[in-house]
Design a protein around this ligand. Structure first.
Ligand SMILES: Nc1ncnc2c1ncn2[C@@H]1O[C@H](COP(=O)(O)OP(=O)(O)OP(=O)(O)O)[C@@H](O)[C@H]1O
Length: 252
C-alpha cells in the first residue's frame, strides 16, 4: 500500500455563498514535497489551510467532505486543534517572527506544550535552528530580537519555529515570494533536506520552483484540481490542455 499522509475526499469549501473549493480529491504522500500551482485566486491557499484547519473557524465558512491525516478525520468533533497544529505546522508567505528574541521565538511552541527544563529548551533551539540551516548565522545572538534579522533569515527562523514542536507535516504558503534569490535558494535546498524527516506541502507561484523541488504537483483552477501527478509528468506530459496552457505561460 502507498504511504499517504493525507487523503482528501470530495472536499468543498464555501466562504458564505461563494464556493472556493469544489470536490477536491487528493492523496498526499509522506516524505515527499507536494507543490500546489495555479493562477491567483484559484484556491491554493484556501486548500492548504484546510489541512490544519486554519479556515473552518472563519465566520461564514462551510466545509464538506473529508480530510484524513494518517487515516483519521481531522474534522471529526473529537479532534483537538492544538494537537493537530502541532502535527501539521505552517509557514506563511511573509516571515512573521514574534517580536521577541530568537531563542524565545523557538521555545514559544515547546513551552506551550509543557517543556520547561532549560537544558531541554536549549537542545530544541539548537536542533531546530540547525535543521533550518540558520544556526551558524544566529548562534552568537540568540538573545537578540528576531526582528533584527534579514527577511531570508527571518523566514528560516519561522521554519525553525515550526520545526521546534516536531511536527510531521510542514505546510508552506508561498514561503519564498517575499525573498531575494539567494534566500530563496537556501529555502529550496532546505525543503529538499527536510523531506527526509517531514512531509512538505507548498503553495508556489513560481513554476520553476515547483519543477526544481517538488515530487508531485497539483494544478488548481477555479477551485478545482485539474491535474495532480508526479511533477515530471505535469511539466513534461500534462494530460489536460488547461494544465499545458498554464505551464507554457498562455494564461495566469
Ligand atoms: N476569507 C475569505 N472570505 C471570502 N473569500 C475569500 C476569503 N479568502 C479567500 N477568498 C476567495 O476565495 C478564492 C480563493 O482564494 P485563495 O486565497 O485560496 O486563492 P489562491 O489560489 O491562494 O490565490 P493567490 O495565489 O492569489 O494567493 C478567491 O476568489 C478569494 O477571493
Amino acid at each position: 500500500m502507498e504511504n499517504y499522509k493525507f487523503k482528501v475526499s470530495d472536499l468543498d469549501l464555501y466562504y458564505g455563498e461563494f464556493q472556493a473549493l469544489n470536490k477536491i480529491n487528493m492523496s498526499i504522500k509522506s516524505h515527499q514535497i507536494t507543490a500546489f500551482i495555479g493562477p491567483s485566486g484559484c484556491g491554493k491557499s484556501t486548500f492548504i489551510k484546510t489541512l490544519n484547519r486554519m479556515n473552518d473557524l472563519i465566520p461564514g465558512v462551510t466545509i464538506n467532505g473529508e480530510v484524513l491525516l494518517d487515516g483519521e478525520d481531522i474534522y471529526a468533533s473529537r479532534q483537538d486543534i492544538i494537537t493537530l497544529r502541532k502535527r501539521v505546522g505552517m509557514v506563511f508567505q511573509k516571515p512573521n517572527p514574534f517580536p521577541m528574541s530568537i531563542y524565545d521565538n523557538i521555545t514559544y511552541g515547546p513551552r506551550t506544550h509543557g517543556v520547561k527544563q532549560r537544558s531541554k529548551l536549549d537542545e530544541i533551539v539548537e536542533r531546530s535552528l540547525r535543521q533550518a540551516a540558520i544556526w551558524d548565522e544566529v548562534k552568537d545572538r540568540l538573545k537578540k530580537n528576531a526582528l533584527g534579522l534579514s527577511g531570508g533569515q527571518q523566514q528560516r527562523l519561522c521554519i525553525a519555529r515550526a520545526l521546534a514542536v516536531e511536527p510531521e507535516v510542514l505546510l508552506m504558503d508561498e514561503p519564498t515570494s517575499a525573498l531575494d534569490p539567494i534566500s530563496t535558494m537556501k529555502i529550496e535546498e532546505l525543503a529538499g533536506e527536510l523531506k527526509k524527516d517531514y512531509t512538505i506541502i507548498m503553495v508556489t507561484h513560481n513554476m520553476q520552483q515547483a519543477g526544481r523541488i517538488s515530487d508531485n504537483t497539483a494544478f488548481f483552477l477555479n477551485g478545482e484540481v485539474i491535474e495532480f501527478d508526479e511533477t515530471v509528468n505535469i511539466f513534461n506530459h500534462p494530460k489536460d490542455e488547461r494544465t499545458e496552457n498554464y505551464i507554457t505561460g498562455r494564461f495566469g
